[in-house]
Design a protein around this ligand. Sequence first.
Ligand SMILES: [Zn+2]
Length: 141
Amino acid sequence: MATKTQVKNYLAYWFQLGKQVVTDDGKTVFKPKTVIQGDRFSAEFEQCWREILAASGRACHLEGTDQTVDELLSSAWDVVNCARCDMLVPTPEVPLDNVLCPCNDLPTWPNDELPQPRLPINSQAHLFVMSEKLKSDSIAE
Ligand SMILES: [Zn+2]
């Protein structure tokens, strides 16, 4: 079962690639312009997330996926990293093979040239990850 934090992070990632969350009746669209502000989520994203949770009666889902947010929060689903692009993606607790990562209709993704969508992160920890990545890149070359 995915936790609220996992589902929130999942939406945060995909919002940063321009995906939106729509209600099943198509009437409401959630699409925060800014997701990260400094070392935390933006007020706009937090507001979106509250509205998505409040709207759980009218199910809503990330564009390009079939799973509603309330399904993700049920025991049937988990949120894991996509094997192709490493973004968070819904995965059934009981594996099926027809589940697609939302990256399936993004021809420009994954893209090493672009900054990877991220979560609010302590900048010291972030620098550590960056320097580790630089080290492993230079070893590879
Ligand atoms: Zn993917």
